[in-house]
Ligand binder design. Structure first.
Ligand code: ARG
Length: 455
């Protein structure tokens, strides 16, 4: 492509380090779409004759059909997807192919192709996150009043409902989706026509190519257009945040599936066995989701570090932008699909969850609240009184509600029979009716809200 300037070819190793075709061949659809938009615009601006444009457009369609059928050939000497397409075009349509690159550079071409690809990735990830939300909302509806321990410090804190716990992840995924669509909104300017870095002297119509490719308009600064990879980083950071949420859910499934907890039993489809220990049912799927999140966070960091020292405009370092984005997208889509499958098919052992909620004095706060409400005790004092009641129950090896009234009254005479009404886990969750609280009626409202939002 630049044979005029050089007398000799590159060394084999140079060719290898320089070639990006093994990675960027995934951009072939976007590359052909970008070239078609460019060729049609050149024709409409009379920069390209009708005949040449028709040959180029036909040729690009044939290449698309070939790639669809046979895959993209990987010839390292052609370096990247842009030259692979252009060289095939030359074989198909002859000299007209050489006119396609008028008023264009690979710098604006690759920025355009990649942005198109990342836009689609954002939309795909958002749809997959919505599918997981849908599954979680369904399971939350099934378990709107199943009681489980809520934890802080992984110590039993207060009883909550399983539906409420699952809906917490629906909220996180809602924010993940909004980050993805926000990123997408900011990816609405087309770099094509920025050429190498300075713009072009040809009378191009950048608004036409932008709109043909589905962008709101062209980018406003040619240097920025070819230097910017914010769009890729925006996607990676939204993806990293989402994968971090998946990792937390995965971690919970792993803990819950361990026999001492026994809160869930993962389905056969989503478990693996051990080659030595016949009793094992391992949550490998969840562990890999947790592990993939670590890789995704690393890839985000990697591209940030690649970009941070680059002067304007294009440097070849930027060719390293695609591999992390492709890898993150694959890992994220797989993680979302696996998590959806796991949530869909997991059996929640609500009897074990309830038993764990009952065991940890999880309604101690309810006793303190009762003292505040019914006996006018300041909360700090109520907290102290309740602490003594917990100690008494611990000493006797019983639950709070099994303490005889005289024992409770000995601790504080303001306690009366009515206190037993608030000490059960059922009464506790039913009382948490504040907006966003865990009461089954609030959970059902949130399930209905999400069902309406998700359609
Ligand atoms: N394969 C290159 C990349 O992905 C295309 C841009 C090449 N531009 C250049 N000036 N060498 O970044």
């Amino acid at each position: 492509m630049w044979g005029g300037r050089f007398a000799g070819g590159p060394s084999a190793v140079m060719q290898q380090i320089n070639a990006s075709i093994p990675v960027d061949k995934r951009l072939w659809r976007e590359d052909i779409a970008g070239s078609k938009a460019h060729a049609a615009m050149l024709r409409d601006r009379a920069i390209l004759s009708n005949e040449d444009a028709a040959a180029i457009l036909d040729g690009l369609d044939s290449i698309a059909a070939e790639f669809e059928r046979d895959g993209v050939p990987e010839r390292l000497e052609l370096e990247d997807i842009h030259m692979t397409v252009e060289s095939r075009l030359a074989e198909l349509v002859g000299p007209a192919a050489g006119r396609l690159h008028t008023a264009r550079s690979r710098n604006d071409q690759v920025a355009t192709d990649f942005k198109l690809w990342v836009r689609r990735a954002c939309a795909e990830a958002e749809a997959a996150a919505a599918a997981l939300q849908h599954t979680l909302v369904g399971r939350a509806g099934e378990h709107a009043d199943a009681i489980m321990p809520g934890f802080t410090h992984l110590q039993v804190a207060q009883p909550v409902t399983l539906g409420h716990h699952l809906l917490a992840y629906v909220e996180m995924l809602g924010r993940d989706r909004s980050r993805l669509s926000d990123a997408l909104r900011r990816m609405d300017e087309c770099p094509l026509g920025a050429a190498a870095l300075a713009g072009t002297g040809f009378p191009v119509d950048r608004h036409a190519t932008a709109s043909a490719l589905g962008f709101a308009g062209p980018t406003a600064n040619s240097l920025d257009s070819v230097s910017d990879r914010d769009f890729a980083l925006d996607y990676l950071s939204a993806a990293a945040q989402c994968s971090l949420h998946l990792s937390r859910l995965a971690e919970e499934l792993i803990v819950w599936a361990s026999p001492p907890f026994g809160f869930v039993s993962l389905s056969d489809q989503w478990s693996t066995g051990s080659s030595i220990m016949p009793q094992k049912r391992n949550p490998d799927g969840a562990e890999l989701v947790r592990g993939h999140s670590g890789r995704i966070l690393g890839l985000l960091t990697g591209l940030m570090v690649t970009m941070k020292g680059l002067p304007l405009a294009y440097s070849k370092d930027m060719q390293d932008d695609k591999a992390p984005v492709f890898e993150v997208h694959d890992l994220l889509m797989l993680s979302l699909a696996a998590m959806t499958g796991m949530v869909e098919t997991t059996r929640f052992r609500t009897d074990r969850m309830r038993a764990a909620a009952v065991n940890g004095f999880s309604t101690a706060t309810d006793l303190a609240d009762w003292l505040v409400r019914e006996a006018g005790v300041p909360f700090r004092e109520a907290h102290h009184i309740t602490g003594r009641a917990v100690r008494a129950a611990e000493d006797r090896g019983c639950d709070l509600w099994d303490l005889p009234l005289d024992v409770l009254r000995n601790i504080d005479p303001r306690i009366d029979q009515r206190v037993y009404g608030v000490l059960t886990v059922e009464a506790s969750v039913a009382s948490r009716t504040s907006y966003g609280g865990t009461a089954p009626e609030r959970v059902r409202e949130q399930v209905a809200r999400w069902q309406a939002l998700l359609g």
